[in-house]
Each structure stands twice: as C-alpha cells, then as structure tokens.
Design a binder for this molecule. Sequence first.
Ligand code: ADP
Ligand code: ZN
Length: 517
Amino acid sequence: MTPSQALQKYFGYNQFMHQQEDIITKVLNGQDVLALMPTGGGKSLCYQLPAALLNGLTIVISPLIALMKDQVDSLNVTGIPAAFLNSAQSPDEQREIIRRLRKKEIKLLYLAPERLFGSESKLIDFVLSLSVKQIAIDEAHCISQWGHDFRPEYLMLGGLRKHFPNIPVIALTATADKLTQQDILNKLNLHNPAVFVSSFNRANITYRVIARQRGLNQLLDFLQQHKDDSGIIYCLSRKSTEALAASLKQEGFSVEAYHAGLDNATKARNQEAFLRDEVKIIVATIAFGMGINKSNVRYVVHMDMPKNIEGYYQETGRAGRDGLPSNATLYYSSGDVVKLKSFVKLENNEEQSRIMLDKLNDMADYCELHTCRRKFLLNYFDENAPENCGSCDICLSEFKKFDGTLIAQKALSAVARLNQRFGVNYVIDFLRGSKSEKIRDEHKQLKTYGIGADIPKQQWSRYINELKAHGYLQITDDVYPIVKLTAKSEAVLKGLQKVELTEAQIFEERAEEILPF
Ligand code: ADP
Ligand code: ZN
C-alpha cells in the first residue's frame, strides 16, 4: 500500500497537508525527522500513517497521560490497533496490553517518558524485546530548557538512541525557536535529520492588543459582538477563571471555568460540554487546550499578558481551525509585565529565570508594537512575512494616525545634538528637560534641551520605537545601546518628509479599574 492509499483507507483524506507526504517518505526510508508544524497542522498523521504501514511497532512518547486515551481511541476507530500503558491502569489492563504487544497485535504504543526510562516499573527492557520500527516523540520541545515548557522527564529520552541505533526517530512540535530546534536535535542525538518547518501563518486569525481599562466592561462589549460564537478566555490564575466565569454567568452567558485545580469529573464535564457546543465559553488557565480539537472556536481572548510568544501563539492558534475568520484579542496593561517578572524570579533558578525574562520581554514588545503583529510573530518563528498583513489591529489601522512630523523632528534633532552617542533613556530625559544630574551640564545649555517636556516619558519611548520601526532612527546592538540617525533622518529634519505616528495607547490601568479578581 502506498502512503496515499493509506491516507485514504485509514483516515479518509484525499490529500496530504503541509509537508506530511515528505515527512512520511523520510520516516519510511528510515531517516530521522524533526517536524515543526502549527497546532492543527496534522502532526499525528506523520507517524500514525507510517505506523500503519511498517511491519512492527511504533512507540509514541507523549507528555500528557490524559491525551493518550483520546488518540488511542480514535486510532482504534480508524482501524489501526493502538494502546497506551500508564500508571492509572489496573494491573489486569496492563497485563492484557502486554500480552497483545507480545502477539504483535498492536501497531502504536503510547508511553510517557518516565514510564519507558523512569526508576519505577520501567519498560525499556520489555520494549527492547519487541519489534520496534519507529519512535515518535510528540511535544518534542519539552526536552529543551530553551523552550517554554521544559519537562525534566523528557531528558531521559537522551538514552533512546543508544538502545535503538537504527530505528528512525521522528520528533514533532508546534513550538520551537531556532535555539530550541537545535537543542532538540542534540539532546535526542538525531542522525542526519531531515528538518521540516511548515508555515506558521494562521491567515484567518485577526490579532488585536487592547489597552486594558475596566477589563470586565471591555470584555462584555466584546462578547456582545460574539453572542452566538464559541470562544476561550484565558486568565492568569485559577481564582480569576472562577470569578470571571461567575460574573459572565450572571450576565447571562453560557460559560464554564476550567483549571488544573478542579476535580477530574468537573474538568471532563466542562470540556465535553464545550466540545459539544452545549457551553459557548470556557474561561480557563493555560491548563486548558492542549490536544483539544474543536474546529469552530471563533475567538481566543487573553485577559492578561501571556508569559511568552510561544504560549500565546499556541493558545490563539486554537481559534479558527475550520479556516473561518476568527479573533485573537489580548487585553494588556504594562502592570502585567511587572507582575509576571516577579513570579519568574520566585519560581526559577538563575539561568531559567534569565530565559523566561527574555521571553517575557519579547511578549511585552509584541504588545507594544507599532508594526504588523503577524510579521512580528512569524519573524519570531524565523519565518519571513510581508510588512502589512491586512488583518491585525495595526494593519487595519484601528489606531488613529496623526501628523507626527514635529515630534519626529524634536526626537531626531535631540539625537543629532547629542552627537548620536547616548541611549534611549538619556535622549528622553534630555528631551523632557530632566533636572537630573545624569544629564551633563553642557547638554543643559543646548536649545533642544526640554523641547519635548509636554510628552510623558512612556509616550516618548513609544514614539522612538515607532520612529525606529519606520527607519528614521536606529538603535545599536552594543552593550550600551545607542540611538543614531539613519539615511532617512535628514529629509525629516529638513522638513522634506512628513512622518505619520500612531496615537499611543496608554497601557497603564488606573488602580480603581483593575479587575476585582
Ligand atoms: P496537531 O497534532 O498538529 O495539532 P492533529 O494531528 O491533531 O494536529 O491534526 C489536526 C486535524 O487535522 C485532525 O482532525 C486531523 O484528522 C486532520 N488532518 C490531518 N491530516 C489531514 C489531511 N491530510 N487532510 C485533512 N485533514 C487532516
Ligand atoms: Zn498586520
């Protein structure tokens, strides 16, 4: 049977998506593969189809025991015999699966890494006695400390290669930057791997970041416009999911909460109700969503800034799997960054903290962008993108533009007066006429000193970012970054070039507007 025939026979599809066919061909030829595909891109099929064709067993390593059952059930329905072994099963159940494995009745066996290699009841010796033909590692980014979801038990998989020197290993993930990709290849000891990176663009999702003020009212307005739609609302804490779900219920919305602290029965019930469209809205922590395959989620809302771009992209990616227009809306306040930073320092060792803080800063940059959000996201995942996507709040020009020529001239002449030798903060303090001793006396004599005193500091920093984004200023990459002019600066200074700036959103909540939960 060819892969195309198997696609038709087992899965009922006529065509491969993304690079599925190339990936499957490599695996069937015995080559190692790293495949990056967006959520919903069809990763599972890349090892399930070879598993059906190979004359032997495929081991699938997966981090979440809860997800194994769904996958295994649907494989059994498609006619590919599959099973999982985990600690939640009774001894009898486990014995039965082991018997079937010995009789070669099973094509795919799902295991958590600690079940294969951990100290208790490890299965590696038993698995070595079986005829293993393929090893698939799902959520492979979990092996990397550079990723955002590092799981120490994944490190045990470094031992796989030694046990199975000649079996193709296929590592799959929806989320890995360049560093994480390299780390996955190294830690798994992949041989001459074929690396596949599919486009991460989700063209049907419109991205928006909105300054959070009176968060609940803003959300209610939003929901009024999405009355009959299904959506996910992410909150930072378990408590806030419950409080927000209760408030929305009072307003008459069909809504349930979901977080890791709820008992299993409630979680399962709420999730089921959402999947079956009996409940329209789920208010959840990020514990909700991994492996959830609901195609008609019309919007994903974040009530707080997420911790990193990877998580944000995965969460927003749960909208619009059916390809229809969908929304990703984030309510942001600069206070979120401060709060999240304090958590990071509490929870992690020094190296881990540094990585997480970098990721937090990237996320904050995203929130405060003046250029296309989709471009930023795709560039983050090392993918090229046009300047203007036409479907994010920036490209849709939902922020008012105004003639910022005078502001630009003030900023540029300040940089020129300071001989292009100072950083952003110094330039802003100089523009605002700061009395600080940090400002050199000779600079306090200059005519430009204080010409931007009418504009608050935060706003200046936004304008300078925007001027940089439009190429009127540059900021060097040195240890002490310095603001410099560019080839485009002179025309502005001479009044030959008009500059459009964006009315700044103020991302600071007033204390009385902060959500009560
Ligand atoms: P991922 O694991 O990458 O998030 P899945 O493997 O769960 O994605 O696949 C997402 C959905 O796409 C599933 O419903 C799957 O059956 C479907 N799918 C996979 N491959 C194809 C294909 N070639 N054509 C149509 N649908 C597909
Ligand atoms: Zn855009």
